[in-house]
Design a protein around this ligand. Structure first.
Ligand SMILES: *[C@@H]1O[C@H](CO)[C@@H](O)[C@H](O)[C@H]1NC(C)=O
Ligand SMILES: *[C@@H]1O[C@H](CO)[C@@H](O)[C@H](O)[C@H]1NC(C)=O
Length: 378
């Protein structure tokens, strides 16, 4: 147990030569991890993972492999947030008012898209027509029991749905409202859902509540700074890839290729020494950190760390920089006061996490440069 903690810290925070005695306590590790994940406090969650909407799980699977490795072609810096209605709205079953507290959206995030998803239960009527469902943004606070309260609002999206249809999800584009609320949180008075019947009585329109079919709001945000950085990195990667190094190929899809990457190092090094620079696998279960109640996916970090000796003459295989080759030669042939080359990650990969925020909303977020996909001498 304690060994993996040490190595874990080693992998995450120090891509340089480190010795194992630089260990941190478990609490310190947790604090550091939280800050790395940009989570201010470990959330105490009331909702369980079984209440996570299917749609959100599917979004996660589309973006990441089961071990959390981000699949290729996903927008870097993207954060997807899922909000649920405030509990008090649920108690009094207000058919029309839907409020979501979206203050969890950070200032650095640009709202790219947002949608309201509600599940329409099937009708009990035998013969009926259509419902026209309109979602509007309210301009003033709803007053419970007030006769004087007048709705003032702006329609933002509407959809036609067959009355008889078996239960189904309905999606409304509420981007303009969420953009507005992210900017002016005090003006968030919620959404108003109104129903018009076309050969169907509006009273027959029912929205499912509770469990996985509870109405929710999904917001797709882009972190501006990270997007810029990722664009730069991608351009740099392209220019190096053109040189056609075969060692670069293995990290395209680390989940599939990790075995071959490990074994190829292994077989080549078996004859001489087994302690040559290579990648090792390490799995850290969130259960061991008692984090499995708020981290929905993945089940843990599949970490890879680089350790081992860089040989006196560093072969191409270790993907060295010219600087590393020279420094290493100086170390071996001239003076031990010049440090030897280090076995470090030469390529890092992102992981995608799905977890609860403190306010009960769900975050799907990509974290860049979290795992080593190749090791080399630098
Ligand atoms: C959602 O609505 C906004 C504002 O009306 C619009 O710009 C955007 O294209 C819409 N998105 C989709 C996916 O329909
Ligand atoms: C919205 O959530 C934030 C953070 O959880 C909280 O501080 C704030 O009071 C909430 N706003 C409302 C109107 O409930």
């Amino acid at each position: 147990m304690s060994l993996f903690k040490i190595v874990f810290v080693f992998v995450l925070f120090a891509p340089v030569c480190l010795t194992l005695h630089q260990a941190l306590k478990l609490d310190q590790l947790k604090t550091d991890l939280l800050s790395l994940l940009e989570v201010k406090e470990k959330p105490s969650v009331s909702r369980t993972r079984y209440q996570v909407p299917r749609y959100v799980i599917d979004l996660y699977r589309k973006q990441a492999f089961i071990d959390g490795f981000t699949k290729d072609g996903v927008a870097p810096g993207r954060t997807i947030r899922t909000f649920f209605r405030r509990p008090k709205d649920k108690r009094g079953p207000h058919k029309h008012l839907f409020t979501f507290n979206v203050t969890a959206i950070r200032k650095s995030e640009k709202v790219a898209h947002a949608e309201l998803r509600i599940f329409k239960r099937r009708s009990r009527l035998k013969r009926c027509g259509y419902f026209e469902v309109t979602v509007s943004r309210l301009f003033r606070r709803w007053e419970k029991g007030s006769k004087k309260w007048k709705r003032k609002m702006e329609a933002i999206d509407s959809t036609l749905v067959k009355c008889r249809r078996v239960g189904e999800w309905m999606t409304f584009n509420v981007t303009t409202a969420v953009k507005y609320w992210a900017k002016y949180p005090s003006k968030n008075f919620g959404l108003w859902v109104s129903i018009r019947g076309h050969n169907a009585p509006p009273s027959d329109f029912h929205v499912a509540t509770g469990g996985r079919k509870d109405p929710f709001l999904v917001e797709f945000g882009i972190d501006r700074a990270k997007l810029q950085k990722a664009k730069r990195v991608r351009v740099e990667e392209k220019s190096t890839k053109k040189k056609g190094k075969s060692s670069k190929e293995v990290d395209r899809n680390p989940t599939v290729d990790k075995k071959s990457a490990d074994t190829s190092v292994h077989t080549r090094s078996r004859r001489s020494t087994s302690n040559l620079c290579k990648r090792h696998r390490l799995f850290v279960k969130f259960q061991d950190l008692t984090w499995d109640n708020w981290i929905i996916a993945p089940k843990g970090f599949s970490m890879y760390y680089c350790t081992g000796v860089c040989p006196e003459v560093i072969q191409k295989f270790f993907d060295p920089t010219n600087h590393a080759i020279i420094q290493n030669l100086l170390h071996h042939r001239y003076s031990k006061s010049v440090p030897a080359a280090c076995c470090v990650p030469t390529k890092l990969h992102s992981i995608t996490m799905l977890y609860f925020e403190k306010d009960g909303s769900i975050v799907l977020k990509e974290y860049g440069e979290m795992v080593a996909s190749t090791c080399g001498c630098r």
